[in-house]
Design a binder for this molecule. Structure first.
Ligand code: ADP
Ligand code: MG
Length: 245
């Protein structure tokens, strides 16, 4: 497969003497779905910030395939095919679901992509495929503003997929979702991984279990435990700092 490996080794981030990341090492394989859990302040968001170039590491290696992400700015990293979903949706309420996806397509990673789509007329097929992928085909002509909270989150994931990322970073996607929406989101993320790598930060352990993937537990800026959900839930160190509370 074409994918590239995300590689973090010995990464530290120090804010005013405070170590938000402390010698963090993590490898995510091409096409892998990875969950990252950990208590508040563990460094999960900072890890995402380092991967996307928002925050510069004080020390360590951060690479994606052959590319050294510590030498690139946020725009260059996005162009490389690393997409990030924030907690707050940024969909346009007055536009339809279809139009939101169309708009995401017109904000291409590079000028060549724009030219190619404008000439090819493949755009509609691409939007239709994404609608199927996110399970909103029947809502295509509805205004985004009338979607449920969960459906808006899926639309936003769809908008990121329109950029055809090779790595997607998702921060707390199921906060505020119903149980049914949470289940759907786990299946959705498991489905879209495989064709690209997906790293999901989340607190909801039932959701993490439903994704059925490798889990990394962060604590005080480092990896405390890693493995299957059963492995980490039974790891005594994890129970002490996180689950046992
Ligand atoms: P998480 O997402 O796991 O809850 P964060 O990565 O947001 O944790 O934060 C890790 C630690 O780093 C926290 O103690 C937080 O207060 C601190 N931190 C994060 N960003 C900054 C910043 N820009 N300046 C100073 N401290 C920060
Ligand atoms: Mg966070």
């Amino acid at each position: 497969m074409k994918g590239r490996r995300l590689y973090l080794d010995g990464v530290s981030v120090v804010f005013d003497g405070f170590r938000a990341l402390n010698n963090l090492s993590l490898v995510v394989d091409p096409g892998e779905l990875r969950a990252v859990i950990g208590p508040n302040g563990a460094g999960k968001t900072t890890m995402m910030d380092v991967i996307t170039g928002k925050t510069r590491p004080t020390a360590g290696t951060v690479s994606f395939g052959e590319s050294d992400l510590t030498r690139m700015d946020e725009a260059a990293i996005a162009n490389l095919g690393i997409g990030r979903k924030f907690q707050k949706p940024t969909v346009f309420d007055a536009l339809t679901v279809f139009e939101n996806l169309e708009l995401a397509l017109k904000a291409p990673r590079g000028p060549l992509a724009c030219l190619r789509w404008a000439l090819s007329g493949e755009a509609e097929a691409r939007i239709a495929a994404t609608l199927d992928e996110i399970g909103l085909a029947e809502r295509a002509q509805d205004a985004a503003g009338i979607l449920s909270h969960g459906q808006r989150q899926w639309l936003e994931i769809g908008m990121l997929l329109m950029q055809d990322p090779d790595l997607l970073l998702v921060d707390e996607p199921v906060a505020g979702m119903t149980d049914a929406e949470t289940e759907h989101t786990a299946a959705l993320l498991a489905r879209i991984a495989g064709r690209r790598s997906v790293v999901v930060v989340e607190h909801d352990l039932e959701f993490v279990r439903a994704m059925n993937c490798r889990v990394t537990v962060l604590h005080e800026g480092s990896v405390l435990s890693e493995g299957s959900i059963d492995h980490v839930q039974n790891d005594q160190r994890v129970v002490e700092v996180y689950l046992g509370r």
